[in-house]
Design a protein around this ligand. Structure first.
Ligand code: QAP
Ligand code: CO
Length: 162
């Protein structure tokens, strides 16, 4: 079973690589990722968070639809941006408002290797951008204004030591 890597783990800071084989190994990875995500009561999880440097993330919102994005690319973002409170299974207990585009168009592949495009808004758009960042080694705390980032990181380290 995969374990969630937390802030400080080097693997969270590396660039992931594209998936080249759409077979049973990929299926196994995504099903394990859904399990890890649900166990942690998350709504999104990227492969690097379980130590796998592949361009894959999974999302499951309250609608219950399991969504898999393989080799995703954000091809368009709205000019309108808004703050929204984010958290991350890799930075447990920390939540902060992150400003991001309200809507994105993402192109990705299914587990079967079929290309698809989604226009996402609302929470789905947020989670897609957050998870896409993980594939580049970026965490939501990196997107906070410096003073706020320092404050939440201090809070995290203080809690983490206990
Ligand atoms: C990303 O994050 C997300 O600190 C997914 O103690 C979340 O599922 C993007 C979680 C919100 C946009 C808005 C975090 C669970 C789950 C924690 C998650 C925790 C337990 C985070
Ligand atoms: Co995250």
């Amino acid at each position: 079973m995969y374990e969630i890597k937390t802030l400080g783990a080097d693997v969270l800071r590396e660039q992931a690589s594209d998936v080249t084989e759409f077979g049973p190994e990929l299926k196994r990875l995504t099903s394990e990722m859904f399990m890890v995500m649900k166990r942690g009561e998350g709504i999104g999880l990227a492969a690097p968070q379980v130590g796998v440097l592949k361009n894959v993330f999974v999302v499951q919102l309250a609608d219950g639809i399991p969504r898999v994005f393989v080799n995703p690319e954000i091809i368009e973002t709205s000019l309108e941006q808004s703050p929204y409170e984010e958290g991350c299974l890799s930075v447990p207990g920390i939540y902060a408002d992150v400003i991001r585009p309200d809507r994105v168009r993402v192109q990705a592949y299914t587990e079967e290797g079929k290309r698809f495009t989604v226009d996402a808004s609302g929470l789905l758009a947020r989670v897609i951008q957050h998870e896409h960042d993980h594939l580049k080694g970026v965490l939501f705390v990196d997107r906070l204004p410096e003073t706020k980032r320092e404050r939440v990181l201090r809070m995290y380290k203080k809690r983490y030591r206990k």
